[in-house]
Design a binder for this molecule. Sequence first.
Ligand code: ADP
Ligand code: MG
Length: 339
Amino acid sequence: MADLIQLLPDAIANQIAAGEVIQRPASAVKELMENAIDAGATEVKLVIKDAGKALIQVIDNGCGMSETDARMAFERHATSKIRSAQDLFAIRTMGFRGEALASIAAIAQVEIKTRRHSDELGTRLVIDGSEIKAQEPCQCPQGTTISIKNLFFNVPARRNFLKSNPVEMRHINDEFQRIAIANSDIFFSLHHNGSEIFHLPGGKLRQRLIGVFGSHSNKKLVPVAEETEVLRLNGYVGKPEFAKKTRGEQYFFVNNRFIKSHYLNHALVSAYEDLLPTGTYPLYVIFIDIDPKRIDINVHPTKQEIKFEDERLVYNYLRVSVRHALGQYNVMPSLDFEQ
Ligand code: ADP
Ligand code: MG
């Protein structure tokens, strides 16, 4: 009897991986914007048509790629960001898995134009369902413009399960806002079907929050800033009287990466004690900086969950720091700072 097992062709392996990394247009937005940031861009424009179903385009002025790198970028497990297993424990970039572009190219029609500062001519590449359709030199500004058309064109089940345009656009907005908040020094804009939804010049975090949440948010913000040898906290929490009936303006970033954590949310909310009217949620934007060796961000392909080496320590420190901040700004009349 003949042996039965074969390695899957790359295009199929990529399509399977894409199922994990790219769930909806917003996932592609996240991956492409993170690549722009890792490339050192100071300006990132996001252009969307039909809630990302027709077009997702990210234009950056980052480092760009050589002709060979532009092609390599679409191979699976191809990355410039880590080289050894050791590097996995010291990750400072948003990407490192080398999966996003390969995944996206397996399930969409992709065009990339990219040029490094030192090159006179850039490279244009067209990839359609993992197949390279065109590769040629081109004139283009320094940086990278990547356009994703017809996402999931060859995965009918995914395409059919996409939600209405307003719902998909809300997810895109969420990703855009998270990245814009985490990188306040970078200029971002978001265009949908020809109109500009966000125009956010680079500046300080407070300016960025006002740009994202609206000018009314300025009076709500209480700064948080504390550090120990192990970790550094900074950002803003909302005054309790402005707490909303819906969650939404709640953000944790660990080493500049947006994460979801019920545990840390509990720590933060408990710092308000009984100042919050029941059923209301405070605004918070908290950045936690910690030695990458003390966390594991490789828990899930989308990297939204992370593990801390010492979760209790982070919990307690966050709670105490937020109480301290609320106390200092006379939001709380009296406070004791027991650990
Ligand atoms: P990862 O970000 O995990 O390395 P990706 O598939 O997202 O994997 O990208 C593969 C590689 O392509 C990156 O490591 C980087 O070298 C290059 N790359 C992707 N996007 C850009 C960009 N906008 N500017 C410059 N280089 C890029
Ligand atoms: Mg990436």
